[in-house]
Ligand binder design. Sequence first.
Ligand SMILES: [Zn+2]
Length: 261
Amino acid sequence: MVIDCHTHLDDDGDADKLLQSMDEAGIDASIVIAETLPGDVSNVVQVLDAVSRSDRLWALVNCVFSKTVELKYVEELTRLLQEERVVGLKFYLGYEEYSANDERLHQLYEYCEQHDVPIMFHTGVLEAGSTGLLEYSHPLQVDRVATCFPNLNIVMAHMGNPWLIDCAAVLAKNQNVFADMSAFFAENMPITAHDVKVFKQRMEQVRVFLYSYQKFLFGTDYPLYSQREYLGAVQALEMEPAERELVMHANAARIFGITTS
Ligand SMILES: [Zn+2]
């Protein structure tokens, strides 16, 4: 069983291509990130349509920070969270230049904590030329939220890469924080044998510190990567069988409440 906890629809919003990619890779279920601004690629209308047509797809809704001042927007988010197959919220932090601990978000965090809704933060690098700020996408951003909301499950997207060890420190300290392995490689490029070698070396340092990958989740960031190639890279990591189960599906199934037949 394999769950990819981090995907998007492509520019065409084509869920069939994602499902085909999953078949080719041997991936059972995928979580698709849905943007809530009209006109965005992989937007909520497209993603909700996709998850309503396939029991292998689940949705994670992006919260646009600048819109959270609008009561109507927050109501819309909480309404979306009640939709079937919508499993959590995503926050872009650095790209939108806000602190994870901004008090204006506390009400949403409280809602998520009370309703057992997990949240995902983008952590790590921002695209070259981005006008966002890296200080807000550093893994240490997550520590205070995790501490203030101990029953809120948090996934750090991209493991805070290149700050993998900083990410590991946050994982080690906070029982409610996890990290997805997505988007480690150069975007829109084949993943080479050399890339896999570097990935294994850098991940091994994380494992030396944490003793295991038990707080990680398999994720790709499709369509920026081939799911088949990405799965091959993660499978190349040394893991105990029980650890591999957690990474490949059990963590995602438990945190996001995903059931697969
Ligand atoms: Zn992504």
